[in-house]
Design a protein around this ligand. Structure first.
Ligand SMILES: Nc1ncnc2c1ncn2[C@@H]1O[C@H](COP(=O)(O)OP(=O)(O)OP(=O)(O)O)[C@@H](O)[C@H]1O
Ligand SMILES: O=C(O)c1ccc[n+]([C@@H]2O[C@H](COP(=O)([O-])O)[C@@H](O)[C@H]2O)c1
Length: 214
């Protein structure tokens, strides 16, 4: 199967994760999309709620959206959730699947600082989603990399049978979602409405468990 993975801290999961994931699945005619919460985010100082809450919110989203599935592979690991390591483990565990890794432009811009980031290109294709507020500078080394390995979703699909198994950066043209977990946490702290930014199950869970209030 052709499977895309959206890894994240999901603190909390929001529609800026869910809607692009659904659009990517449709545009690239993928068999499945897995949401993969990390345990210890490599580039964040801390999470705002514990792993169990972040996991439950993702689980509930997967129950609500039948096209999304949970991948809990990083949750059993007490070391930082390095994507290169996780993808190697996934390829080992599921040699029958072809993996794609979804990321927003903010992640892509910083990719060079990831642990053994070049290994990622040997394990999967990257699916790159635009994100409001993030533009790749012409001078960025990632710009050169995108020029070399980039391909748009339509062209990729049209030439699927001749494409390599990994190493491309597939750009998808999705509806932009100006949403971030940081903004949602700030709104919750200030008791502002967040219902238009979250799946209903997540809004309910946050309210029931009094999350993000301090
Ligand atoms: N609105 C969005 N549009 C496109 N991609 C997004 C969006 N929000 C998050 N992503 C992508 O989803 C992945 C996981 O993001 P993450 O869980 O860190 O959410 P976040 O909103 O960026 O969180 P925070 O504000 O706490 O940093 C990353 O690859 C990120 O680029
Ligand atoms: O491998 C790394 O060094 C690395 C550095 C930063 C982020 N990641 C992964 O990228 C995904 C999005 O991360 P974040 O911090 O934006 O939630 C998530 O799966 C992280 O584990 C991975």
């Amino acid at each position: 199967m052709r499977i895309a993975i959206l890894g994240g801290t999901f603190d909390p999961i929001h529609l800026g994760h869910i809607k692009p994931a659904l659009e990517v699945k449709h545009q690239l005619e993928l068999d499945q999309v897995w949401l993969m919460p990390n345990n210890i985010p490599p580039h964040k100082q801390r999470t705002n709620v514990d792993t169990q809450h972040r996991l439950t919110m993702v689980e509930q989203v997967c129950q609500q959206y039948s096209q999304l599935q949970l991948c809990d592979i990083e949750l059993t690991c007490d070391t930082p959730s390095y994507t290169a390591k996780t993808l190697a483990l996934l390829s080992q565990r599921y040699p029958q699947h072809q993996f794609y890794f979804i990321m927003g432009m903010d992640s892509f811009i910083q990719l060079q600082s990831w642990y053994q980031y070049q290994e990622i290109f040997t394990q999967c294709h990257i699916i790159l989603c635009q994100r409001p507020g993030w533009t790749l500078a012409n001078s960025s080394p990632m710009h050169a990399l995108l020029n070399q390995y980039g391909i748009n979703a339509k062209e990729f699909l049209n030439t699927l049978s001749t494409q390599p198994q990994c190493g491309r950066v597939i750009t998808v043209d999705i509806n932009l979602q100006d949403i971030s977990s940081t903004d949602i946490r700030q709104r919750l702290l200030q008791q502002q409405d967040t219902s238009h930014l979250l799946a209903p199950c997540t809004a309910k869970y946050i309210q029931q468990h009094h999350l993000y209030l301090d």
